[in-house]
Design a protein around this ligand. Structure first.
Ligand code: FES
Length: 157
């Protein structure tokens, strides 16, 4: 019979291997636990684009114009020296509404909105959203899509 060699302290090679394996597994588990705890303390941050944007100079928009700003999915409405900004996002499922003669038309399911953004027909549950328009220090129109306003709120220049 072949016995495993042992050292004078009574630790066998198998015992040493098992002890080492135990320490490695224990260290791995402890490290994973600490890493999970640290990750739990770090909040999940969602980086979204800003809600405010500059829409150019007031003179960029002729009197009586309704201009679609594709990147922001809004209509900028100028009447005389007043400015308003209407969301082009349909309140049904979020398609972009098109200007159609008078009012706005959603190509997805056929909702129709009037010039004030109110629902004329279709599955849209509520009116289009108006956003706050202000004038920046460098005389640019500043639209804040984070602030909804009523349809009768204008920026007067
Ligand atoms: S997304 Fe506009 S009517 Fe459905």
């Amino acid at each position: 019979m072949n016995l495993p060699p042992s050292d004078p302290n009574g630790v066998t090679r198998r015992g040493f291997f098992q002890l080492t394996l135990g320490w490695v597994a224990g260290s791995f588990a402890a490290t994973a636990t600490v890493a999970a705890a640290v990750r739990f303390l770090v909040p999940n941050v969602l980086f979204e684009p800003g809600q405010r944007f500059k829409a150019g100079k007031p003179d960029d928009y002729p009197d009586g114009s309704i201009t679609f700003l594709e990147d922001e999915r809004v209509y900028l409405v100028r009447k005389g020296n007043t400015f308003r900004c209407l969301s082009a996002v349909c309140t049904h499922l979020g398609c972009t509404v098109n200007r159609a003669g008078k009012g706005y038309h959603c190509p997805c399911h056929g909702s129709v909105f009037n010039d004030e953004g109110g629902v004329e027909s279709g599955p849209a549950p509520r009116a289009l959203t108006w956003y706050l328009v202000a004038l920046s220090k460098d005389n640019r129109l500043l639209v804040d899509k984070g602030q909804n306003v009523s349809a009768d709120k204008y920026l007067v220049i």
